[in-house]
Design a protein around this ligand. Structure first.
Ligand code: ATP
Ligand code: MG
Length: 420
């Protein structure tokens, strides 16, 4: 019979590497948990219309990348391609915004799905950790999120990332800019698809990576020159707060999220060791999104960081995370009686909080010692008939190689003490 393979564009997380992913998720979420963000979990799929409206009909995500399905009951669903729309949907549905405690600050961690052309750093199934602060307009909130992401990356030892920052204006000044930009773009030499984009989503054209398009964009009108006074002041405050926090950023005029409900602060974290897939995370303010999906006006800001690309960034910088060993003590029983006795010791060690494992399957000393070595355990307990007759087990320090007999009834206390 044929064996199966993981679907194209996906990969499995297996030990020992999977421990790195867990640690990355933990490192990204730790600063959030420490800053008033509560954990939220939403379904892996939603009404397709939520994403069509909440992510935007004109985006690549909605037009090309969504996994959609019709259920047996006739519902049109989509596997979630991103987190923000779902989180806002859930918050609105549960009336979290009416509890009188704005902003509602939430964080999430999970799997996302996009039908993309697979390549390094770009998969069809990937992981994000994200944060959303819903229902407040305050430059300190924008700054907080950027600072927490910076803290998360730094806690992993990453140094080769940069923060790109821009302001997209608001519903007062953006439309004026949009029109000026359209006027400029319509005179350029562009293909039909890009021409259509000018009419639907002109800011996205600024994001075009093709050299012949880029060349023509040099003299495009700049959003910065069109920002209204309120947006200008807001952006200046975000920048001042970041600077005061010692977080370095770069102004990037070209950084756009072309959708109408993205407003003001927008940012991206890029890593220079990742080649084409350089964005490790991104986010910004989305003051219009709530109304877009049927809610009240709720100015909000958030980000999502890609776990897969963060792991690639660690590799690019040659960083090995200092992870606690999976197993601290490995017990090797030689014979029936030792098996029963050491299994009891292992159970006791585990209950005392010591990571312990056991030589299963009656392997004999050589095979079991191989398992003990592979487990990475600091100490191995070996006991055979002769040891038991003397009321001891042999405890071997795998680092120094030193071995000594320890009375059976003192094993747990002895090992617990030596491991702290
Ligand atoms: P890109 O420009 O690389 O396509 P994006 O703008 O689509 O990124 P976002 O929607 O902002 O990405 O998602 C936030 C983060 O999620 C990205 O910075 C990236 O780290 C990660 N991410 C997005 N799409 C993928 C994917 N297909 N595979 C792996 N990680 C991804
Ligand atoms: Mg993308």
């Amino acid at each position: 019979m044929n064996t199966f393979q993981a679907p194209k564009g996906t990969y499995d997380l297996l030990p020992p590497d999977s421990a790195v992913y867990l640690a990355v998720r933990e490192a990204i979420s730790a600063p959030l948990k420490n800053s008033g963000y509560g954990y939220i979990e939403t379904p892996g799929f939603e009404d397709v219309e939520l994403f069509a409206r909440g992510v935007g009909e004109s985006t690549d995500i909605v037009t090309k990348e969504m996994y959609t399905l019709t259920t047996k009951g006739g519902s049109e669903l989509a596997l979630r391609p991103e987190g923000t729309a779902s989180v806002l949907r859930a918050a609105l549905e549960a009336n979290l915004h009416k509890a009188g405690n704005l902003p509602v600050k939430l964080w999430y961690s999970g799997s996302y799905y996009r039908y993309e052309r697979p390549q390094k750093g770009r998969y069809r199934h990937f992981s994000q950790v994200g944060a959303e602060a819903i229902g407040a307009e305050d430059p300190a909130l924008d700054a907080e999120l950027i600072i927490l992401a910076d803290q998360a990356y730094r806690s992993l030892g990453l140094r080769g990332f940069r923060i790109l920052l821009n302001s997209l204006g608001d519903k007062e000044c953006r439309p004026v800019y949009r029109e000026a930009l359209q006027g400029f773009l319509r005179d350029l030499d562009l293909d039909d698809e890009t021409r259509r984009r000018i009419e639907i989503n002109p800011l996205r054209v600024l994001d075009d990576k093709r050299p012949d398009v880029r060349r023509q964009l040099t003299d495009a009108p700049k959003l910065r020159d069109y920002l209204c006074e309120a947006c200008r002041a807001y952006h200046a405050e975000v920048r001042d707060l970041l600077t005061a926090a010692g977080v370095a950023y770069e102004d990037d005029e070209r950084l756009v999220r072309g959708l109408d409900y993205y407003t003001r602060t927008t940012f991206e974290f890029v890593h220079d060791g990742l080649g084409a897939q350089s964005a490790v995370g991104g986010g910004g303010r989305y003051d219009g999104l709530s109304e877009m999906i049927g809610g009240p006006a709720l100015p909000s800001v958030g980000w999502a960081l890609g776990v897969d690309r963060t792991v690639l960034a660690l590799e690019a910088e040659g960083i090995t995370l200092q992870l606690p060993p999976a197993t601290s003590v490995f017990a090797v029983p030689l014979g029936e009686e030792a098996r029963r006795l050491l299994f009891g010791v292992v159970t006791e060690l585990r209950r005392a909080g010591v990571a312990a494992d056991f030589g299963y399957g009656g392997k004999g000393l050589k095979g079991a010692m191989k398992n003990a070595n592979r487990s990475g355990a600091r100490f191995t307990i070996v006991a055979g008939e002769r040891d038991l007759a003397e009321g001891v087990a042999q405890v071997k320090d795998m680092e120094s190689g030193e071995q000594k007999p320890v009375p059976l009834d003192a094993l747990v206390a002895d090992l617990t003490a030596r491991l702290v």
